[in-house]
Design a binder for this molecule. Structure first.
Ligand code: DHE
Length: 500
């Protein structure tokens, strides 16, 4: 038998684990395990695994261990631990768990909590607000959600959310129920009539995002740890099916995101590690003859897709990859690439929007790496304008009734500024600085497009409300690091100016 130098490579993770100073694991067991789970999977506190800590620097983690986290139960340990001990704890929580954590169907079942049974919910709203003009505003600062009335421009309710909600909040087609996903894998269902959480379930250790089928019957969560797609019954979040993200060749991948494609009666999932897009048809009714339900249709693409959006008809998917120089347009009906598009840097397509322009329709995307908004003609797929901005940006928004598109420069030194682009001239019309020195990002419009709501993305932040026509500030409401905000009507009607 030949011996290769790699023969013992499987021992490496085990050796790595052994190399942890016993002290770090002891410290974790004594001080952290009770709230963060003995296997770091998260319990009352968030999961402490590399996948869940990706956006958090080691320096920031050391600070939290030393001084605690305000407005949470996380205490500071600087009086109990030396700097070296804090550092070894940090290294420990940023190390992969061996073996990798699992989260199987039994764990999903066991985690489900029914807060309020459906037959106890009221038939009419218990408040006077128009459901269609409500917003859910995620406050990342202290992990809360504010329900905001877009007519009165006032919050009507505020409740604690799971740790680190991410991705857009989605609504049932009638707008009554909101579905949210936390990075830690919790899916929550909230009733906008009674202002009550109805059910929650943990579908994974790490989740990307969630989508609700066009008929409102199913919720699909895309997860990176483990790599699964979990389909839930939208009425009570009970488990319907788990699909491992493994292709026909046995290769596994992280989903980059899932979206519902209501006109197609399907979900669309893009994958980060395999050059494939998956379409999962939603069974049309209880007696569907489709067998087995939720079977995957695979579409091969040129390069893996990290970020994507659709045309308004959901016949085309426009995607970009961090590794490929060009974007690709996929014809979803034919199941193949139909065009390349020149979008430089790292376009943030899931924040891209579309609008009619002259005799065509354009899509515009901010860019996470470059200071520009790229505008592409959706008929010829040519880039027709590159609008220079003060720096890289994250979110772009408009509304059918607004002549403007708003874009932030979130990832730049000028992150306190927001550009307002004229959709007819493709020029910057005005640059606003809502709170000098503080990050301004993410805009959403009221149902009628009359007001634009912007986040001051800071712990002592605010929701700033602008008259969307005059661009004058109307009101400012203090909030704790408000991030995304989601208007019920714009979402369920799939406004071209917002994310779907
Ligand atoms: Fe997001 C939406 C991916 C980092 C805040 N983000 C999305 C969506 C995707 C995505 C695919 C659309 C899902 C949906 O709507 O259901 N985000 C990614 C990344 O790949 C990235 C760059 C790295 C990562 O950590 O996953 C990333 N995102 C961030 C952040 O660091 C942000 C600024 C703060 C946070 O909450 O973590 C952030 N992402 C958001 C928000 C949305 C979002 C607020 C919803 C935007 C909307 O209006 O729909």
């Amino acid at each position: 038998m030949t011996t290769t130098p790699y023969r013992w490579i499987w021992l490496l993770p085990v050796m790595l684990l052994w190399s942890w100073p016993a002290h770090a694991t002891d410290l974790y067991r004594q001080l952290c395990a009770q709230c963060h789970h003995p296997d770091r999977l998260g319990a009352m506190g968030p999961a402490l695994l590399p996948e869940n800590l990706e956006r958090f620097s080691k320096k920031a983690a050391a600070e939290v261990i030393a001084t605690g986290r305000p407005a949470t139960q996380m205490p500071g340990f600087s009086d109990k631990l030396t700097e070296d001990e804090i550092q070894s704890l940090v290294n420990f929580i940023y190390s992969p768990r061996v073996p990798a954590p699992t989260w199987d169907e039994a764990a999903i079942h066991d985690s489900r909590i029914v807060h309020r049974a459906n037959d106890t919910l009221p038939e009419k709203p218990v408040h006077k607000s128009d459901i269609m003009n409500l917003f859910m505003v995620v406050e990342l600062g202290d992990h809360h959600v504010t329900v905001f009335d877009g007519d009165r421009l006032e919050p009507i309710y505020r409740f604690p959310s799971r740790f680190a909600l991410h991705g857009g909040i989605k609504y049932s087609p009638d707008g009554r129920f909101a579905y949210m996903a936390s990075r830690d894998g919790w899916i929550s269902r909230f009733d906008l009539y009674s202002l009550n959480m109805t059910a929650e379930v943990r579908v994974a250790v790490n989740t990307r995002n969630v989508a609700v089928s066009g008929d409102g019957r199913y919720v699909l969560a895309a997860n990176t740890l483990p790599r699964t797609l979990v389909i839930l019954d939208a009425t009570d979040l009970s488990l319907v099916k788990t699909i491992p993200v493994v292709n026909a060749k046995g290769e596994s991948a992280r989903p980059s995101a899932v979206y519902a494609a209501p006109p197609r009666h399907s979900f669309i999932v893009a994958l980060k590690d395999i050059a494939e897009v998956w379409e999962i048809p939603v069974p049309q009714d209880e007696k569907s003859t489709e067998d087995p339900p939720f079977s995957v249709r695979t579409i091969a693409v040129d390069a893996v897709l990290d970020d994507f959006l659709f045309n308004q008809e959901y016949t085309q998917l426009i995607g970009a990859s961090r590794s490929a120089p060009a974007g690709q347009v996929i014809d979803l009906n034919a199941g193949r690439k139909m065009a390349d598009i020149a979008i430089p840097g790292m376009p943030h397509l899931s924040s891209g929007i579309t609008w009619p322009y002259q005799d065509t329709v354009v899509m515009a995307t901010p860019n996470i790496k470059e200071g520009e908004v790229t505008v592409v003609d959706m008929q010829s797929w040519k880039t027709i304008k590159r609008i220079p901005t003060l720096g890289p940006g994250f979110f772009m928004r408009s509304h059918e009734n607004s002549p403007y598109a708003w874009v932030d420069v979130f990832s730049s030194a000028s992150k306190d500024s927001v550009h307002v682009i004229d959709k007819a001239t493709l020029e910057i019309h005005k640059t606003l600085q809502p709170a000098p020195g503080k990050t301004a990002a993410h805009v959403e419009f009221t149902k009628d497009g009359r007001y634009a709501l912007l986040s001051i993305w800071e712990m002592d932040g605010a929701l700033v409300i602008y008259d969307a026509k005059s661009l004058e500030e109307v009101k400012r409401i203090p909030m704790k690091k408000p991030s995304g905000k989601y208007n019920v009507s714009n979402k369920i009607n799939r406004s071209a100016g917002t994310s779907h």
